[in-house]
Design a protein around this ligand. Structure first.
Ligand SMILES: Nc1ncnc2c1ncn2[C@@H]1O[C@H](COP(=O)(O)OP(=O)(O)OP(=O)(O)O)[C@@H](O)[C@H]1O
Ligand SMILES: [Mg+2]
Length: 260
């Protein structure tokens, strides 16, 4: 289905999408008396870039946490690619194909850039106790993983830094590394929490280019962003949250989206 199929969807809160990969129903999470997330119905179209916007404290990161298993909702559910995922731990949701990045990058500072990448590859035989002593059983696989890591680092302009400690990277380079790491797991959908924050303008262009490329390769992207130039520049669809709720959504070209 072409990416612009999403434009057939109605620009009203909770509208059906032609081919939703993620569906959220009645999802609720409170902290004390505060309803951090209270989303009635939300569908995210497959194969497009959806921006999630809203003021500080709107519940964007909390929603990401709930969707990816890093936090549990008090009520409600979500399905990913047709499967219920509510209550599953993060690694199970990641294995189903939905992977997120963090608002504050989590690269492992005392490991090399390459090791950070290799650690992100799923199902590695050498990590399993029964295979660990049998180097022949995982050598080939390790080589494949290293090759894939190398080509992703190349693509993200980090190849020269592969043997450096992640701690030595700039903030922007860490954001690039985090995005490259996510791709090691070959996800169907990525959730990016402020991928451009703190990145210098030269690298922002490069990150934007990569995000578009992911979409063009068929990945679904949901990203949180405060910079409206970035939002207008790359998103196909925009969802706006406020005080835990989705308050409006619509196609980027007809901004501002219709309110309900
Ligand atoms: N673990 C927590 N304990 C208590 N309150 C929390 C917790 N996590 C989030 N909150 C509160 O929930 C609300 C939503 O926070 P959240 O971090 O999801 O907002 P956000 O939209 O991501 O904001 P920002 O744009 O600043 O990143 C805020 O009022 C926040 O203080
Ligand atoms: Mg946040």
């Amino acid at each position: 289905m072409p990416a612009d199929a999403v434009f057939a969807a109605e620009a009203v809160t909770g509208s059906r999408k032609p081919d939703a990969i993620l569906v959220v129903n009645g999802m609720h999470r409170s902290f004390g008396g505060l309803a951090a997330v209270d989303v009635g119905h939300l569908e995210v179209q497959r194969g497009v870039i959806t921006a999630l916007i809203g003021p500080n404290g709107a519940g964007k990161t909390t929603l990401f946490n709930l969707l990816t298993g890093f936090d549990r909702p008090d009520g409600g559910s979500s399905t990913f690619d047709g499967r219920p995922v509510t209550g599953l731990p993060p690694h199970r949701i990641a294995r189903a194909g939905m992977i997120r990045t963090f608002q504050l990058t989590k690269a492992l500072a005392k490991m090399s850039v390459l090791d950070n990448m290799m650690l992100a590859a799923p199902h590695q035989r050498g990590e399993r106790i029964v295979y660990a002593p049998l180097r022949s059983a995982w050598r080939h696989q390790e080589r494949d993983v290293e090759e894939r890591a190398g080509s992703l680092l190349e693509k993200f302009g980090l190849a020269d830094l592969r043997d450096d400690y992640a701690a030595t990277l700039s903030g922007g380079q860490r954001k690039l590394l985090e995005m490259a790491r996510v791709l090691m797991a070959e996800p169907k959908m990525v959730l990016l929490d402020e991928p451009m924050a703190g990145v210098n303008p030269a690298l922002v262009e490069s990150l934007l280019h990569h995000v578009r490329e992911l979409r063009d390769e068929g990945l679904t992207v949901l990203f949180v962003e405060h910079d409206m130039d970035v939002v207008m520049g790359i998103s196909d669809w925009v969802v706006c949250m406020g005080e835990g709720r989705v308050i409006s959504e619509g196609r980027r070209r007809s901004w501002p989206p219709t309110k309900r």
